[in-house]
Design a protein around this ligand. Structure first.
Ligand code: MG
Ligand code: MG
Length: 258
Protein backbone atom coordinates (compact mmCIF):
# COMPACT_ATOMS: atom_id res chain seq x y z
CA UNK A 1 0.00 0.00 0.00
CA UNK A 2 1.34 3.40 -1.01
CA UNK A 3 0.55 6.24 1.38
CA UNK A 4 -0.10 9.60 -0.23
CA UNK A 5 0.76 12.26 2.34
CA UNK A 6 -1.02 15.47 3.25
CA UNK A 7 0.83 18.80 3.04
CA UNK A 8 1.04 18.73 6.85
CA UNK A 9 2.67 15.31 6.78
CA UNK A 10 5.19 16.46 4.17
CA UNK A 11 6.09 19.33 6.50
CA UNK A 12 6.60 16.88 9.39
CA UNK A 13 8.74 14.62 7.19
CA UNK A 14 10.79 17.70 6.25
CA UNK A 15 11.37 18.45 9.95
CA UNK A 16 12.57 14.88 10.55
CA UNK A 17 14.89 15.08 7.57
CA UNK A 18 16.27 18.44 8.64
CA UNK A 19 17.21 16.84 11.96
CA UNK A 20 19.01 14.11 10.01
CA UNK A 21 20.82 16.72 7.89
CA UNK A 22 21.78 18.74 10.97
CA UNK A 23 23.18 15.51 12.44
CA UNK A 24 25.24 15.05 9.26
CA UNK A 25 26.44 18.67 9.45
CA UNK A 26 27.54 18.12 13.06
CA UNK A 27 29.37 14.92 12.04
CA UNK A 28 31.02 16.70 9.09
CA UNK A 29 33.08 18.66 11.62
CA UNK A 30 34.12 15.49 13.47
CA UNK A 31 35.06 13.14 10.63
CA UNK A 32 38.85 12.93 10.44
CA UNK A 33 41.75 10.51 10.62
CA UNK A 34 41.92 8.63 13.93
CA UNK A 35 38.25 8.97 14.90
CA UNK A 36 36.36 5.73 15.52
CA UNK A 37 33.11 5.04 13.72
CA UNK A 38 31.53 4.14 17.08
CA UNK A 39 32.41 7.61 18.41
CA UNK A 40 30.56 9.16 15.45
CA UNK A 41 27.59 6.93 16.27
CA UNK A 42 27.50 8.09 19.90
CA UNK A 43 27.69 11.76 18.83
CA UNK A 44 24.82 11.23 16.40
CA UNK A 45 22.59 9.47 18.93
CA UNK A 46 23.19 12.20 21.51
CA UNK A 47 22.52 14.95 18.95
CA UNK A 48 19.26 13.40 17.76
CA UNK A 49 17.98 12.87 21.33
CA UNK A 50 19.08 16.37 22.43
CA UNK A 51 16.96 17.74 19.59
CA UNK A 52 13.83 15.86 20.61
CA UNK A 53 14.11 12.99 18.15
CA UNK A 54 14.79 9.28 18.38
CA UNK A 55 17.28 7.41 16.19
CA UNK A 56 15.36 5.80 13.33
CA UNK A 57 17.73 2.88 12.69
CA UNK A 58 18.48 1.85 16.29
CA UNK A 59 16.80 -1.56 16.86
CA UNK A 60 15.15 -1.40 13.40
CA UNK A 61 15.02 -5.10 12.43
CA UNK A 62 17.56 -5.52 15.23
CA UNK A 63 20.16 -3.05 13.91
CA UNK A 64 22.37 -2.21 16.91
CA UNK A 65 23.20 1.47 16.29
CA UNK A 66 22.06 4.95 15.27
CA UNK A 67 24.20 5.21 12.13
CA UNK A 68 25.13 2.89 9.34
CA UNK A 69 28.79 3.76 8.81
CA UNK A 70 30.18 2.16 5.67
CA UNK A 71 33.88 2.62 4.92
CA UNK A 72 35.49 2.09 1.46
CA UNK A 73 34.36 -1.30 0.09
CA UNK A 74 31.43 -1.47 2.53
CA UNK A 75 28.41 -0.54 0.43
CA UNK A 76 25.82 -0.06 3.20
CA UNK A 77 24.73 -1.21 6.68
CA UNK A 78 28.22 -0.97 8.21
CA UNK A 79 28.00 -1.38 11.99
CA UNK A 80 29.85 1.33 13.98
CA UNK A 81 32.94 -0.12 15.66
CA UNK A 82 36.37 0.66 17.05
CA UNK A 83 37.72 1.06 13.51
CA UNK A 84 39.72 4.28 13.34
CA UNK A 85 39.23 6.31 10.16
CA UNK A 86 42.36 6.58 8.01
CA UNK A 87 43.62 9.19 5.61
CA UNK A 88 42.18 8.41 2.16
CA UNK A 89 39.09 6.54 3.41
CA UNK A 90 35.61 7.31 2.19
CA UNK A 91 32.86 6.88 4.74
CA UNK A 92 29.17 6.76 3.96
CA UNK A 93 27.08 7.85 6.93
CA UNK A 94 23.46 6.78 6.62
CA UNK A 95 21.24 8.31 9.30
CA UNK A 96 17.59 8.09 10.27
CA UNK A 97 15.65 10.05 12.85
CA UNK A 98 12.04 10.04 14.01
CA UNK A 99 10.37 13.27 15.09
CA UNK A 100 6.62 13.61 15.77
CA UNK A 101 6.07 10.07 14.49
CA UNK A 102 7.63 10.63 11.05
CA UNK A 103 10.90 9.32 9.67
CA UNK A 104 13.82 11.14 8.11
CA UNK A 105 16.39 9.17 6.11
CA UNK A 106 19.43 10.55 4.32
CA UNK A 107 22.98 9.47 3.55
CA UNK A 108 26.16 11.39 2.74
CA UNK A 109 29.54 9.94 1.80
CA UNK A 110 32.43 11.88 3.38
CA UNK A 111 36.13 11.99 2.51
CA UNK A 112 38.76 11.45 5.21
CA UNK A 113 41.85 13.60 4.55
CA UNK A 114 43.29 13.25 1.06
CA UNK A 115 41.23 10.92 -1.12
CA UNK A 116 42.56 9.63 -4.48
CA UNK A 117 41.16 11.56 -7.48
CA UNK A 118 39.70 8.34 -8.91
CA UNK A 119 37.64 7.84 -5.75
CA UNK A 120 36.67 11.51 -5.48
CA UNK A 121 35.26 11.17 -9.01
CA UNK A 122 33.14 8.21 -7.85
CA UNK A 123 31.66 10.33 -5.05
CA UNK A 124 30.97 13.20 -7.43
CA UNK A 125 29.24 10.93 -9.93
CA UNK A 126 27.15 9.19 -7.24
CA UNK A 127 25.89 12.56 -6.02
CA UNK A 128 25.08 13.51 -9.62
CA UNK A 129 23.21 10.21 -9.99
CA UNK A 130 21.09 11.15 -6.97
CA UNK A 131 20.10 14.48 -8.52
CA UNK A 132 19.48 12.86 -11.94
CA UNK A 133 17.06 10.52 -10.15
CA UNK A 134 15.40 13.36 -8.24
CA UNK A 135 14.79 15.24 -11.53
CA UNK A 136 12.57 12.34 -12.58
CA UNK A 137 10.57 12.24 -9.31
CA UNK A 138 7.64 14.19 -10.71
CA UNK A 139 3.94 13.45 -11.14
CA UNK A 140 3.23 11.08 -14.05
CA UNK A 141 6.72 9.58 -14.19
CA UNK A 142 7.49 6.14 -12.77
CA UNK A 143 10.00 4.60 -10.41
CA UNK A 144 11.57 3.11 -13.56
CA UNK A 145 12.27 6.63 -14.86
CA UNK A 146 14.20 7.39 -11.67
CA UNK A 147 16.16 4.14 -11.80
CA UNK A 148 16.93 4.50 -15.48
CA UNK A 149 18.29 8.04 -15.02
CA UNK A 150 20.56 6.88 -12.20
CA UNK A 151 21.79 3.78 -14.03
CA UNK A 152 22.40 5.63 -17.29
CA UNK A 153 24.50 8.30 -15.58
CA UNK A 154 26.53 5.83 -13.49
CA UNK A 155 27.23 3.44 -16.35
CA UNK A 156 28.18 6.27 -18.74
CA UNK A 157 31.06 6.96 -16.31
CA UNK A 158 32.09 3.29 -16.20
CA UNK A 159 30.66 2.60 -12.73
CA UNK A 160 28.14 -0.05 -11.74
CA UNK A 161 24.85 0.08 -9.85
CA UNK A 162 24.05 -2.14 -6.87
CA UNK A 163 20.84 -4.03 -7.61
CA UNK A 164 19.92 -5.74 -4.34
CA UNK A 165 19.29 -2.58 -2.28
CA UNK A 166 16.81 0.07 -3.29
CA UNK A 167 15.23 3.37 -2.31
CA UNK A 168 11.75 3.37 -0.78
CA UNK A 169 8.65 5.20 0.27
CA UNK A 170 9.00 6.85 3.68
CA UNK A 171 6.66 8.34 6.29
CA UNK A 172 5.36 6.86 9.51
CA UNK A 173 7.42 3.82 8.56
CA UNK A 174 11.09 4.00 7.60
CA UNK A 175 10.49 1.70 4.65
CA UNK A 176 7.18 2.02 2.87
CA UNK A 177 6.08 1.14 -0.65
CA UNK A 178 7.05 1.66 -3.39
CA UNK A 179 10.54 0.30 -3.89
CA UNK A 180 12.70 2.75 -5.83
CA UNK A 181 15.46 0.79 -7.62
CA UNK A 182 18.57 2.57 -8.87
CA UNK A 183 18.35 0.81 -12.24
CA UNK A 184 15.60 -0.10 -14.66
CA UNK A 185 13.60 0.84 -17.70
CA UNK A 186 11.91 4.17 -18.30
CA UNK A 187 8.14 3.96 -18.01
CA UNK A 188 8.22 0.76 -15.92
CA UNK A 189 7.48 0.38 -12.24
CA UNK A 190 5.12 2.38 -10.06
CA UNK A 191 3.50 5.60 -11.29
CA UNK A 192 4.44 8.60 -9.16
CA UNK A 193 1.66 10.69 -7.67
CA UNK A 194 1.70 14.09 -6.02
CA UNK A 195 2.62 14.00 -2.29
CA UNK A 196 4.23 10.60 -2.36
CA UNK A 197 7.36 10.82 -0.21
CA UNK A 198 10.28 8.65 -1.29
CA UNK A 199 13.92 8.16 -0.39
CA UNK A 200 16.17 7.99 -3.45
CA UNK A 201 19.55 6.45 -2.67
CA UNK A 202 21.98 5.37 -5.39
CA UNK A 203 24.72 2.95 -4.27
CA UNK A 204 27.39 3.11 -6.97
CA UNK A 205 30.46 0.89 -7.21
CA UNK A 206 33.83 1.79 -8.69
CA UNK A 207 34.22 -1.77 -9.94
CA UNK A 208 31.69 -4.53 -10.49
CA UNK A 209 28.13 -4.46 -9.17
CA UNK A 210 28.37 -7.69 -7.16
CA UNK A 211 28.04 -7.57 -3.39
CA UNK A 212 27.99 -9.96 -0.45
CA UNK A 213 26.84 -9.88 3.16
CA UNK A 214 29.27 -10.40 6.06
CA UNK A 215 28.56 -12.98 8.74
CA UNK A 216 27.29 -10.21 11.07
CA UNK A 217 24.12 -10.32 8.88
CA UNK A 218 24.37 -6.55 8.23
CA UNK A 219 27.57 -5.36 6.56
CA UNK A 220 27.27 -5.37 2.76
CA UNK A 221 30.55 -5.26 0.81
CA UNK A 222 31.63 -5.20 -2.81
CA UNK A 223 32.82 -8.62 -3.95
CA UNK A 224 35.81 -7.15 -5.79
CA UNK A 225 36.89 -5.11 -2.76
CA UNK A 226 36.67 -1.81 -4.65
CA UNK A 227 35.05 1.27 -3.08
CA UNK A 228 31.34 2.07 -3.18
CA UNK A 229 29.58 5.41 -2.61
CA UNK A 230 26.08 6.19 -1.36
CA UNK A 231 24.07 9.43 -1.26
CA UNK A 232 20.41 9.67 -0.26
CA UNK A 233 17.74 12.37 -0.11
CA UNK A 234 14.12 12.10 0.99
CA UNK A 235 11.89 13.94 -1.49
CA UNK A 236 8.22 14.74 -2.03
CA UNK A 237 6.89 14.09 -5.52
CA UNK A 238 5.49 17.27 -7.08
CA UNK A 239 4.15 18.34 -10.48
CA UNK A 240 7.12 20.10 -12.06
CA UNK A 241 10.00 19.56 -9.67
CA UNK A 242 10.46 17.22 -6.72
CA UNK A 243 10.82 18.90 -3.36
CA UNK A 244 13.97 17.79 -1.54
CA UNK A 245 13.21 17.43 2.18
CA UNK A 246 16.71 16.66 3.47
CA UNK A 247 19.47 19.25 3.00
CA UNK A 248 23.09 18.76 1.92
CA UNK A 249 23.86 22.50 1.86
CA UNK A 250 24.29 22.71 5.63
CA UNK A 251 26.66 19.71 5.51
CA UNK A 252 28.70 21.21 2.69
CA UNK A 253 28.99 24.57 4.45
CA UNK A 254 30.83 22.77 7.25
CA UNK A 255 32.99 20.81 4.79
CA UNK A 256 34.00 24.03 2.98
CA UNK A 257 35.37 25.50 6.21
CA UNK A 258 37.46 22.40 7.01
MG1 MG B 1 19.31 5.80 4.51
MG1 MG C 1 16.83 4.78 2.86
Amino acid sequence: MIFIKTEEEVELIRQSNLLVSRTHAMLAGEIKEGVSTLFLDKLAEEFIRDNGGTPGFLHYNGFPNTLCVSVNDVVVHGIPSGYLLRNGDIVSVDCGAVLNGYNGDSCYTFEVGEVKPKIKALLQCTKECLYKGIEKAIVGNTTGDIGNAIQTHAESHGYSVVRELVGHGIGKQLHEEPEVPNYGRSGKGVKLRELMTIAIEPMINLGRKDIFQERDHWTIKTTDGKPSAHFEHTVAVRKDKAEILSDFSIIEEVLKKK
